[in-house]
Design a protein around this ligand. Sequence first.
Ligand code: NAG
Ligand code: NAG
Ligand code: NAG
Ligand code: NAG
Ligand code: NAG
Ligand code: NAG
Ligand code: NAG
Ligand code: NAG
Ligand code: NAG
Ligand code: NAG
Ligand code: NAG
Ligand code: NAG
Length: 656
Amino acid sequence: MHILKLSGLQCRFTVSLAAYTMALCIYCLLWTPHSAYAAEIEGPDSALPAHAPHNHAPDLEDDLDDPEDVYKYTQIEENGEQHTKRVVGDVVTLGGSNVPGLLNIEAGNTTVWHFNNASLWAPYANATPGLPSSIDDGDTGDSGTIYKRQEASNRLVYISVTTCLQPEWNGTTNQTIVPPQLTLYVSNSTSNKEPGPSAPAERQVAITLNEGFANYSMNATTDVYMAVHAPAMPNNFTGIWNYEIAASIDNYYHGAHPASPFLYLVDTDTHAALLVTNNLTEANPDDLVYQQWMNLTSPFTVFVQPTIDKRLDGMRNSYCGMTHASINNASSSVQSGMITRGLGHKPKEQFYIQELNGSTSYFGVLAMEGNSTQIGPGVVGGGGQVWQPVNFKTKADNNCALVFNLTFCHDVAYAVPSNPDRYPDQPSLSAVYDSYAAGLYENFAKSLDQIPCNTTLSAQYSPAKNCDDCADAYKQWLCAVTMPRCEDFSSSLPWLQPRNMGQSPINSSASSIGSMPHSDMLMQVQDQLNQQYVPMTSAPSDSKAFNQTYGSVRAANSSRNPSIIVDKIAPGPYKEVKPCEDLCFSLVRSCPAALGFGCPDPGRGLEVDYGQRSDDGQVTCSYLGAVYYLNAAPAVGGKSSLAVFIAVVLSLWVLA
Ligand SMILES: *[C@@H]1O[C@H](CO)[C@@H](O)[C@H](O)[C@H]1NC(C)=O
Ligand SMILES: *[C@@H]1O[C@H](CO)[C@@H](O)[C@H](O)[C@H]1NC(C)=O
Ligand SMILES: *[C@@H]1O[C@H](CO)[C@@H](O)[C@H](O)[C@H]1NC(C)=O
Ligand SMILES: *[C@@H]1O[C@H](CO)[C@@H](O)[C@H](O)[C@H]1NC(C)=O
Ligand SMILES: *[C@@H]1O[C@H](CO)[C@@H](O)[C@H](O)[C@H]1NC(C)=O
Ligand SMILES: *[C@@H]1O[C@H](CO)[C@@H](O)[C@H](O)[C@H]1NC(C)=O
Ligand SMILES: *[C@@H]1O[C@H](CO)[C@@H](O)[C@H](O)[C@H]1NC(C)=O
Ligand SMILES: *[C@@H]1O[C@H](CO)[C@@H](O)[C@H](O)[C@H]1NC(C)=O
Ligand SMILES: *[C@@H]1O[C@H](CO)[C@@H](O)[C@H](O)[C@H]1NC(C)=O
Ligand SMILES: *[C@@H]1O[C@H](CO)[C@@H](O)[C@H](O)[C@H]1NC(C)=O
Ligand SMILES: *[C@@H]1O[C@H](CO)[C@@H](O)[C@H](O)[C@H]1NC(C)=O
Ligand SMILES: *[C@@H]1O[C@H](CO)[C@@H](O)[C@H](O)[C@H]1NC(C)=O
């Protein structure tokens, strides 16, 4: 099956559907004795596909569309002759370099695979353009360093195995264990032509697959013998394994980088998640490689699966396993595309995954389909690659909605307070916030125009900062503050600030999107309204700060920019990831004093208005470009410098 590459932000539903259909195919094929799979291990008489050429190697690129055809090619070409041949015992010969063999295996059985001398010494594959640059995913494992294309008495062979199917749980209770892994044996002695559990250990290397994946490379001078062995069937499991094995003289056919987090969570809402890859290059916008990356439509893909679903456990490092067992993909749609949003503004691929269930834990796996433009036999790396899964949980309350792709606040990408009844779609919701922020910026820009920015350095308001710095800092701050980062009211994370408790929860059961999971929210809120609220322990002891309730202070009972959030959007109670205090400090530092910016002091509003960054990877305060578990150490100005800038407090949104 040829998985189609879809363009840019197009819906990737079909990819998922393809994977789903493929899974179905596998099941059908498995249990039908006269299937393509069964044919693979039949005797010498089994026929080639009618249209397969008999006197020269099959033209793999033209025949990739039919999965059955693909796998019928797996063992043609034996000693230069094209016919399917079963060698002595249970030896199956691989169809060549970069031509995988796909086979079922029963518990306890071993299949020996032969990569013959002719395949080893065949011409190397033609060089392909590859990705614009190699990605720095931090993987220090065997990445397939290429020593080739030099005359040598030996050749490096890249061997990889992935599990495509594994036995299923048929116990009476919920599954708690995963099926055991297959083992790859590679003979390293010419006297061992039948590697496996019963062959001498000093004449072979044994590698147990890790979550359905193993790789191994070795220098070879002649025929290579490998074997795949299935363990005994544990109690309460039933079925068989199915795996793909490949040997290549060019590079690994399959890849897995389980120790490399390369996909990050940006944020979720009740029905969707926004994930992003790390920077694909550190090049600058003027560099060719930067432009080449941005020119790609969608070099990667993601698989998303509810954590509770155990089907993929044991195959999380297997691209093949993902395509066959990832069921959730079929019902969720994924939009993907290249972006430069985020820290450093480097090229990344973004994935917007919709149609998820609320309040549910998922994991997402970044993957590459084949070599990113083509999959399957004949393609170097045609078996695909996967990276470390990223875990995330969708929100519950249905009043936070992901927004991104904004015109003015184009670096904003997170969930904001929302109300699906009033603003049912992302564009209408983001427009409310975005035009509000743009309007405020216009006023600011007029004020900035009055400041002598473009004079000589000595006449500037600061030797280190100019008006562009001020404008940048203002925009960063403005967008973060006018578009609060929203979390469920029910979340108990300590850094969150309850907001808008004075408003009734949205009645989203009437909304088209679905009912709010927490119908007892109103009660929760009402209980809390009369409780004592002490957000600032460093407040002056004689102040009212120790004598107020959630219901009595604007910081908790109302919202930032109430004219937009409370009146227009009316999201009901929510919690806010407060903007980072360094955004405010930076604004004060970057702008001329004449503009009168100042930040609230600790004990006098700072704590309820602004949050602090953490270095444990949590997004404990909101800044543009934040992603989970990638926080760079913050460049926060010390609090001492704050005293210098006491001017007009940024009072528009000060709530305490
Ligand atoms: C697996 O091993 C059993 C016992 O040796 C044998 O009967 C069976 O045919 C084997 N299955 C395959 C697919 O080779
Ligand atoms: C393997 O192939 C190479 C190159 O074709 C040839 O020189 C060598 O003799 C062959 N080795 C064996 C054992 O057939
Ligand atoms: C993937 O492999 C195909 C076939 O070898 C090749 O035409 C294509 O250029 C490769 N893609 C990349 C990105 O290298
Ligand atoms: C698993 O199998 C064992 C032995 O057949 C049985 O005693 C046990 O109850 C089973 N466990 C579950 C959870 O089904
Ligand atoms: C089994 O899993 C279901 C969800 O799949 C869950 O609702 C149930 O509580 C689980 N049972 C046990 C005993 O863990
Ligand atoms: C083959 O591999 C085994 C296991 O790593 C090792 O002990 C043995 O020395 C190797 N033999 C040769 C001839 O390299
Ligand atoms: C293969 O041989 C090359 C040099 O011929 C050497 O640099 C490399 O380390 C060897 N690789 C393995 C896996 O033995
Ligand atoms: C080979 O496996 C190791 C360990 O799992 C991994 O770090 C490395 O990236 C793998 N190489 C490829 C090309 O997948
Ligand atoms: C981007 O793609 C266009 C159209 O395919 C092509 O003309 C242009 O040269 C590409 N730019 C780069 C930098 O690759
Ligand atoms: C991208 O690069 C920037 C610096 O250029 C860095 O701050 C950031 O952490 C990197 N990764 C992401 C996902 O933003
Ligand atoms: C982002 O905005 C552009 C135009 O501004 C639009 O073409 C594109 O479809 C939008 N993407 C998403 C995912 O909404
Ligand atoms: C400063 O000068 C530059 C170029 O002369 C101009 O583009 C910019 O708008 C000016 N900025 C202000 C605030 O006047």
